[in-house]
Design a protein around this ligand. Structure first.
Ligand code: MRU
Length: 345
């Protein structure tokens, strides 16, 4: 059964609304949310009803339109626009696609202060995201050896973007080219994006997938059961250091120790060249309850605390390359990142 679109806009700029597939309910329920208020959009982003850096950006672009629809009489357009943009940008801190998309819509509104212009820009971001996914798939597919076992982390597919994804776009494209690869999907605690979402997307495509607990990955890499590791990113600094779902860094360490190639796959909209390295990336800390429970079922005794950083930073020097929509960056360093991305970013 094909999944409904991850993000969609329905109707015109003045009265239309944002639709999101509620990813917290997958894989069991395919519920589409109809969002008509800024609060509802922010809540959906915060609780991961929409998630994955590019999809958050696309949703936030449309979120600006929803927010502008609610301008109270008497409040200046610019004042309201800036309030809406700030509210959206503050929803989650790590994925740079969120502020990138909102700032794009804001810049368009500075030149054309109308709802229609905001919707046009949000639609352009949405359309471009589909094309970026295609580019990453094409550049990355040749990196997967024929029949390889690919290990991936979190969810980086159609549910995380508007197209085929980032790391998963590479896997889908290799599969379409006839590579009979297999995938190991890290379950991705605490919210299980790998077990719930990646496994669902791959199974729907007929691609063989085994789910493994996160702690198994270094052992599987050490035993020679993994040929290549592919993940996405939420923000890549100018030197190629990349923030991604917690657990990505340990994959990079294991790959380096055992000589297994690891690539991070990210579109131009995920690079933040204003940050010289990964130490400047803000890491989102989430609610302890996500760790102390599994799918709303308490597993830890009362009274214990929890640590819940949602992302970690993988140093670019541990990576075999960064796959972008424009080509593969390697070696991963400031010079190569700038050569691929600046000044067109
Ligand atoms: O907390 P999430 O589910 O939004 O985290 C998503 C990831 O870490 C992805 O790997 C990342 O956004 C890049 S792939 C599109």
């Amino acid at each position: 059964m094909t999944l409904p679109p991850t993000v969609a806009w329905v109707g015109d700029a003045a009265r239309g609304h944002l639709e999101l597939l509620d990813q917290t309910r997958l894989p069991d329920h395919r519920e589409v949310l109809q969002l008509t208020s800024l609060d509802a959009v922010v809540d959906a982003i915060r609780r991961l009803a929409v998630r994955g850096a590019p999809a958050i950006g696309v949703a936030a672009g449309y979120g600006v339109v929803v927010g502008l629809q609610q301008r109270p009489s008497g409040r200046a357009f610019e004042t309201h626009r800036d309030l809406v943009c700030k509210t959206l940008i503050d929803a989650r801190p790590t994925a740079v696609n969120l502020s990138w998309a909102v700032e794009r819509v804001r810049a368009r509104l500075a030149a054309e202060p109308e709802l229609g212009a905001a919707l046009d820009e949000a639609r352009a971001i949405h359309d471009e995201d589909i094309a970026l996914c295609r580019g990453m798939g094409e550049h990355g597919a040749p990196l997967i050896p024929d029949g390889a076992t690919v290990l991936t982390h979190c969810n980086t597919g159609r549910l995380a973007t508007s197209g085929d994804g980032t790391a998963l776009a590479v896997i889908f494209e290799a599969w379409r080219r006839g590579n009979r690869l297999k995938v190991i999907a890290d379950e991705t605690r605490p919210l299980l994006q790998g077990a719930r979402l990646t496994a669902l997307e791959l199974a729907e495509e007929g691609i063989p997938v085994d789910v493994a607990v996160d702690g198994a990955a270094p052992a599987l890499i050490a035993r020679g059961e993994v040929d290549v590791v592919l993940t996405g990113a939420d923000r890549v600094a100018a030197n190629g250091d990349a923030a991604n779902k917690i657990g990505t860094y340990s994959l990079a360490l294991a790959c380096q120790a055992h000589g297994v190639p690891m690539y991070i796959v990210a579109p131009v909209s995920t690079f933040d060249l204003s940050l010289p390295d990964g130490s400047h990336i803000e890491i989102e800390d989430r609610d302890a309850e996500e760790v102390l429970s599994v799918r709303d079922q308490r597993i830890a005794p009362p009274g214990v605390g929890a640590r819940n950083p949602a992302f970690d930073v993988t140093p670019g020097r541990l990576l075999s390359g960064l796959v972008t929509d424009r080509g593969v960056i390697r070696p991963v360093d400031t010079e190569s990142v700038r050569a691929m991305l600046a000044p067109r970013i």
